[in-house]
Design a protein around this ligand. Structure first.
Ligand code: CA
Length: 448
């Protein structure tokens, strides 16, 4: 038998600075026995609810209550099937509840689940909450955002910049609740090593922080402090939405056979929608080619037809060419509309253009990890934190808040290349901003 895994975890959820209710939920279920851990794994969940009449919190709450029960009770042999079954059970429970009461009819929730077992890390995911792995100086996003922005990029119909400009951030293409059946991403197993950190979070966090900033905070602070500071910083930048974080830090982990990881991942690819994603590059390339071909033919037909009509040569043929171009354009339009995914608007999420909306604007890869960035603590980020701290301290001083302002003003140190000094600086900014944001939250956030 391998040695025992040691996984430390921390979590936090916060209403933010603008909302009066928190519709996010989270759950952590740790296995107490080695055998259970090896077979099933520790379980971590984040769910971000949505829906009018204050029922979004009901959908996310049902998820974090139903899902662990179904997961641990399941008789499925494979972890992938166990995860799929548990998420389906949560979806059914929300859907059933919505049918009972018309006021609940529009409720839904995202759902991101992580299982850490002897097989490694398995992920079950629906919606635009995220799961990251931070390893050394690198942060990787393991989940695909089921948002209109990301779907458009996956289909090759928009670049990252255009998608960010054209499609609002708060339109998601999949969630639990509205339909009896839901398409679930189950991916893994991902390798797990001592020192790895896995972060689950709702879009209230990722709407305000870049991947690099998230990685630097998670890698640079103890788990509890990291969770608290991630949320403080989101609130400091507007806190337009509820923010939730669950952080698992791997202190010790039995080695995972790399060939086991690969063979299990290969099996998973053949049985779930990873197969669809694996086929995506060819599909996207084919679609782009047809689209370009159709556009070229359209221009040729329309151009030639119009020229003939204008020049008065074989006008009937010219008219026929123009009509053909219009018919071709219409067919292309209908085909493209049929490929547009169904959408759900999460009114609780910050819309594009609010706060720091233009973050991490890059196209996702075609398979997990979908995005990768540096988790290094950059001097520019420390400078931003120093600036935020000074401004918050100035407001506290102007308003005569009962705080030890001298201690909370900008610290003497400046960012240097010295790793120890920069990580100390991060901890100092985190401590000062925590004290200041606590005061801001008490005085400025709306009361429920
Ligand atoms: Ca949200």
């Amino acid at each position: 038998m391998s040695f025992q895994p040691v996984v430390q975890y921390a979590s936090r959820t916060d209403v933010g600075m603008r909302r009066s209710a928190n519709q996010d939920s989270l759950a952590v279920r740790m296995c107490s026995a080695y055998e259970e851990w090896a077979r099933i794994g520790h379980l971590f969940i984040v769910a971000d609810g949505m829906g009018g009449h204050s029922v979004g919190d009901l959908a996310s709450r049902i998820t974090v209550e139903t899902l662990p029960l179904a997961f641990f009770k399941s008789g499925a042999e494979r972890l992938a099937d166990r995860l799929t079954g548990a998420i389906e059970a949560a979806n059914r429970a929300i859907n059933d509840k919505a049918r009972e009461n018309p006021e609940f009819s529009d409720m839904g929730t995202t759902c991101s689940v992580l299982s850490l077992s002897a097989e490694g890390a398995w992920i079950g995911h629906v919606g635009d909450s995220r799961i990251y792995r931070i390893r050394g100086d690198v942060i990787e996003q393991l989940t695909f955002d089921h948002s209109l922005q990301w779907e458009m990029m996956r289909q090759g119909r928009a670049t990252a910049e255009r998608s960010e400009m054209l499609h609002p951030r708060n339109v998601i293409t999949r969630c639990l609740g509205p339909d009896k059946n839901v398409e679930i991403d189950v991916e893994g197993p991902f390798d797990v090593r001592p020192g790895d950190r896995f972060l689950l979070c709702s879009d209230g966090l990722t709407g305000h922080l870049t991947d690099n900033e998230i990685g630097a905070i998670v890698a640079g602070l103890p788990p509890d402090d990291a969770c608290r500071f991630l949320i403080d910083l989101a609130n400091c930048r507007g806190g337009t939405d509820n923010s939730t974080v669950v952080l698992a830090v791997i202190q010790n982990y039995p080695p995972i056979e790399s060939d086991t990881v690969e063979s299990l991942a290969a099996k998973a690819r053949t049985t779930n929608q990873l197969a669809v994603q694996a086929a995506a590059p060819e599909r996207v390339a084919r679609r782009r080619m047809w689209s370009r071909l159709a556009m070229t033919v359209f221009l040729l037909l329309a151009g030639t037809g119009l020229s003939m009509m204008i020049l008065g040569q074989r006008e009937k043929l010219g008219l026929a060419l123009v009509v053909s171009a219009i018919v071709l354009g219409f067919i292309q339009l209908v085909m493209s509309a049929r490929r547009t995914p169904t959408v759900v608007i999460d009114s609780e999420s910050p819309p594009a253009g609010s706060g720091d909306a233009l973050l991490g604007c890059r196209e996702p890869a075609l398979s997990s990890p979908y995005r990768r960035d540096s988790a290094a603590l950059r001097p520019e980020f420390l400078a931003v934190l120093a600036d935020a701290q000074s401004q918050l301290a100035a407001v506290a001083e102007e308003n005569g808040w009962d705080l030890n302002i001298a201690q909370l003003r900008q610290p003497d140190r400046t960012a240097t290349d010295d790793g120890k000094r920069t990580s100390d600086a991060l901890a100092e900014h985190a401590r000062a901003i925590r004290i200041l944001m606590k005061e801001f939250a008490v005085r400025l956030r709306p009361r429920s």
